[in-house]
Design a protein around this ligand. Structure first.
Ligand SMILES: [Zn+2]
Length: 435
């Protein structure tokens, strides 16, 4: 019924309840009211679940409040975490667009928000059309409410009502061994020296990595100078405060880091523990830079393998195979190949468009780099959007038949001179050996 109130406000039942219990607010903000009926009290019980599962889809941005509304695409926390400055008075999301365009004002975002929020905002796709903002159910891929997903959210909420929110680790896109490791860390089961001493194991308690303090879980992963060097290298603005417990530390991670950075942070934790064990058993020590690089290489490989599974990725192929696999358009037609390359670590995307005729002659090459990281489907849709007025039909092409566009998209990622470059009737040098 709560879903009906939100998605079908014109239905008779929605109008009746709204008039009685929340005439000047939405269902999500409705109070219990005076002398509530049993039915209303029961429906209102679901309010917290809807608050946790509902998301705003940004259209013209005039209805979504920057602070207080769930409009970011981050799975773990869809809300802005930067405190609202005093001089702003409840702005809506459209105030963050560049004037006369629907693109995010990157300079404005960096002036107001912390890095985590800037990354999350840049990852929200904007629309050229002037459609209204709308709500959808974030618990399902299709955005439609199901009882099953609501039940799952309710169970997760119960889990989070305990000490920390790390039960969400099972949802992250990292290999299972990292999840299991992190679960052990959060469950206080890693055999750190303080734990071994408590269990009457005869060993010293000095930290192997710094030699300056006793070894405990919070010391190894947060307070140790070795760990702090690793976190600085991970290039986040995450505050490196000294903390008393792993649970408080993990809670902070869950609130402040984006899903992508959180995944990398967990892999760095694993890498720190590996370095500690290597020092313990093999007496060889990795530098913090090597520890972080090892974790990030693992992370990049995992993301690339997953992207390949879903039809996109950044694994290069032999360029000759594209020339053989690419199919020219019919006589008198042009073919526009489009591709997107994702840089998960730096949270940016590269778009590539290559227009060729029936002889394979290149008429135009465009490459564009964008900050932020859309989902794979959103990125492909965004790539197609630019060319939608020119094309009569869309066909999905396998990577092996789309290598030229992919090469352009990959170059867009590392082109530091300009975010967008167009080549008309000429071929960039990096493509001369490919086409
Ligand atoms: Zn230490």
């Amino acid at each position: 019924m709560g879903w009906k109130f939100l998605m079908h406000p014109d239905a008779l039942v929605s109008k009746v309840f709204k008039a009685r219990y929340f005439p000047n607010a939405s269902f999500l903000e409705a109070g219990v009211g005076s002398n509530p009926s049993f039915v209303w009290s029961s429906i209102r019980e679901s309010q917290e679940i809807f608050r946790a599962g509902m998301r705003w889809k940004v259209g013209n941005g005039s209805r979504v409040r920057v602070w207080g509304d769930p409009w970011l695409t981050d799975k773990t926390n869809p809300y802005i975490i930067t405190p609202e400055p005093d001089y702003l008075h409840g702005p809506c999301v459209n105030n963050l667009f560049c004037q006369n365009t629907k693109n995010w004002d990157y300079d404005l975002l960096r002036d107001i928000f912390c890095q985590r929020d800037v990354e999350c905002i840049m990852s929200v796709p904007t629309s050229l059309a002037d459609f209204d903002d709308s709500m959808y159910w974030g618990g399902e891929g299709k955005g439609i409410y199901t009882v099953k997903s609501a039940y799952r959210i309710a169970m997760e909420r119960e889990g989070r009502a305990g000490v920390v929110g790390w039960s969400g680790v099972w949802k992250l896109n990292i290999p299972p061994k990292f999840k299991c490791f992190f679960w052990s860390l959060c469950s206080l089961r890693l055999p750190t020296k303080d734990l071994l001493c408590m269990k009457q194991v005869n060993c010293d308690q000095v930290c192997l990595l710094c030699g300056l303090a006793n070894e405990s879980d919070i010391h190894v992963f947060a307070n140790c100078s070795f760990a702090r060097s690793c976190w600085r290298l991970l290039n986040t603005t995450w505050r490196l405060a000294y903390l008393e417990s792993v649970h408080a530390w993990v809670e902070e991670m869950w609130i402040e880091l984006t899903s992508s950075t959180l995944e990398q942070a967990i892999m760095v934790c694993w890498s720190i523990w590996e370095a500690r064990n290597q020092l313990c058993w093999k007496n060889s020590c990795l530098a913090p830079g090597a520890v972080v690089a090892y974790a990030q290489a693992f992370y990049d490989s995992w993301q690339s393998a997953n992207a390949m599974l879903h039809g996109t990725g950044s694994i290069s192929h032999d360029a000759d195979s594209d020339a053989a696999a690419w199919q020219p358009p019919r006589n008198g037609y042009y073919k526009l190949n489009i591709d997107v390359a994702m840089d998960y670590r730096n949270r940016r995307m590269g778009f590539g468009w290559v227009c060729r005729d029936e002889r394979g002659y290149v008429h135009a090459v465009i490459m564009e780099r964008r900050e932020g990281l859309y989902s794979v489907k959103e990125a492909e849709a965004m790539g197609a959007r630019l060319s939608s007025k020119l094309m009569l039909s869309f066909v999905f092409a396998k990577r092996s038949r789309n290598m030229v566009a992919h090469t352009v998209a990959s170059h867009a990622l590392c082109n530091t001179e300009a975010s967008r470059v167009e080549y008309l009737d000429s071929i960039p040098r990096f493509l001369s050996t490919v086409v």
